[in-house]
Write a protein that binds this ligand. Structure first.
Ligand code: HEM
Length: 462
């Protein structure tokens, strides 16, 4: 592998998408890891292109729908932490259009059931912070993407799915490194259980999966050469893509806010600028929503999230050379590349470069804000960088879920801060990055951090 270390040279690599291709590598690696036959190579004509095309359903208007659903699901899942009985909430008869034209009567008292019947727990609850982020983001994302079960609000087997997912994810670095699955203990059996969760006859019964999933189900049905478990493996791969990085990102985003009071105060103030006092006070019992426009206004929160991603992202951007050719790096330099070589960008080195980011190990929540707007000018050797923040990869292969990821992280922070009083008990060591997953996205924490929380409604007036 040849690493390109100077970020000023990144554009010369990124713009050569045809000769320096990501999908050759990702198709091979993903098929071995998730257990479906490689998509490219003739057996499934047009499938790879169709899969790529459907990624647009994670953006634009479809993103609004997905984001709206995520907001509702986050509140459903988080309220369970408050032990509020089912049925204490309004019936969900909202449509996405209501985002822009809220119903006048949506807060009518009659819509609310058993609101006075529940008593929130008045005591503090303690939980590992990573566990908290894991269970909330996993289930809320799952519901938003794959839809609800036939009956009830929670999918039966969700806890087991999560457990198996974690076991699988813990050996993910070995699978990607092409260690044969047969050498990895029970991994093959665990992957089989995960795939059976996504079996087409199960997925077909889930209510209201997002358009992206619906269209993928339809696409895979066009290919007789894809077996049921192959289809299931494709769906499972999307689960991994959608929560594998978002969960640790949620952890670092919340952890950094809770350990930096000035950042927390600024973000809280910003959130209170987009939601009403009444919404904030009633969130433990009543759904609130945040439109795209409201989310876009949270620029300090976005900067804080980007700063957490900068500090925890360790992904590599791998490109495979498609033909012998000479890559010119700048006006003076060029290198000859051989077909089959690997060229790698390593954004973590750029994210930690003190020339670009002064005191790079420090968390500065407002690093990406300037004069009340997003800051986009960063320099290396006094030259402006085209690429300076790359947790989502680069060029044409950039993560297609990046807009949804940022939205859901913003929503997660907003809902958690509005719904709970939170604290990290004193005397704990600082959270450290688990570097055993270097190269594979957002690193999880290496150590245990305790979170204490209780409903915000119990907050005493100052
Ligand atoms: C690919 C990061 C969330 C779906 C990628 C890549 C990175 C990445 C680095 C490889 C890009 C490249 O090498 O150029 C992240 C991070 C996330 C996140 C840091 C959260 C903080 C999501 C979400 C979804 C998603 C929420 C879906 C709902 C995908 C898919 C690919 C991908 C499908 C493969 C794209 C392809 O094959 O062309 N992501 N991602 N990601 N991501 Fe994400």
């Amino acid at each position: 592998m040849t690493f390109v270390m100077d970020p000023l040279l990144y554009p010369s690599v990124i713009k050569r998408g045809r000769q320096l291709d990501f999908h050759d590598f990702s198709d091979q690696a993903a098929s071995v890891t998730f257990g479906y036959p490689a998509v490219r190579g003739g057996r499934f004509p047009g499938l790879s292109e169709q899969i790529q095309k459907l990624f647009r359903l994670l953006q634009g208007d479809s993103l609004d729908v997905l984001t709206f659903r995520m907001m509702g699901n986050l509140q459903v899942v988080l309220r369970r932490s408050l032990s509020i009985p089912e049925g204490a909430f309004p019936k969900d008869d909202w449509q996405v259009e209501d985002l822009y034209e809220p119903k006048d009567d949506w807060q009518a008292k009659d819509d609310w059931q058993a609101e006075d019947d529940w008593q929130a727990k008045d005591d503090w609850q303690a939980e590992d912070l990573y566990e908290f982020c894991y269970r909330v983001m996993f289930e809320a994302t799952f519901l938003s993407i794959y839809g609800r079960p036939e009956q009830g609000a929670a999918h039966p087997g969700m806890n087991t799915l999560q457990e198996n997912f974690r076991k699988f994810d813990s050996v993910f670095p070995l699978l990607i490194a092409r260690v044969p699955i047969a050498l990895l203990g029970q991994t093959k059996g665990i992957r089989q259980k995960l795939l059976s969760f996504f079996h087409p006859c199960r997925i077909g019964k889930w209510i209201d999966p997002c358009e992206f999933v619906q269209r993928r189900v339809h696409l895979f049905d066009q290919y007789d050469t894809l077996g049921d478990l192959d289809k299931a493996a494709h769906h499972f791969a999307i689960l991994w893509a959608s929560v594998g990085n978002t969960i640790p990102a949620a952890f670092w985003s919340l952890y950094h806010l809770l350990t930096h009071p000035e950042a927390l105060a600024a973000v809280r103030q910003e959130i209170m600028g987009v939601v009403s006092q009444e919404e904030a006070e009633s969130i433990c019992t009543r759904d609130i929503t945040l439109t795209r426009e409201q989310l876009d206004r949270l620029i300090y929160l976005e900067s804080a999230l980007n700063e957490s991603l900068r500090l925890s992202s360790a992904s590599m951007n791998i490109r495979v050379v498609q033909e012998d050719f000479t890559l010119s790096l700048d006006a003076q330099r060029a290198v000859n590349l051989r077909k089959g070589d690997f060229i790698v960008l390593h954004p973590q080195s750029m994210h930690m470069d003190p020339d670009i980011y002064p005191q790079p190990r420090m968390y500065r929540f407002d690093r990406f804000v300037e004069a009340g707007r997003e800051k986009t000018d960063f320099y290396k050797h006094s030259q402006k960088l085209h690429y300076y923040r790359m947790p989502f990869g680069s060029g044409s292969t950039q993560c297609p879920g990046r807009f949804f990821a940022v939205n859901e992280l913003k929503q997660f922070i907003c809902v958690v801060l509005l719904m709970f009083q939170l604290e990290l008990p004193a005397g704990q060591e600082d959270a450290r990055l688990d570097t055993s997953r270097a190269g594979l996205g957002i690193l999880p924490p290496a150590n245990h951090i305790t979170l204490r929380y209780r409903p915000n409604s119990l907050q005493q007036p100052n």
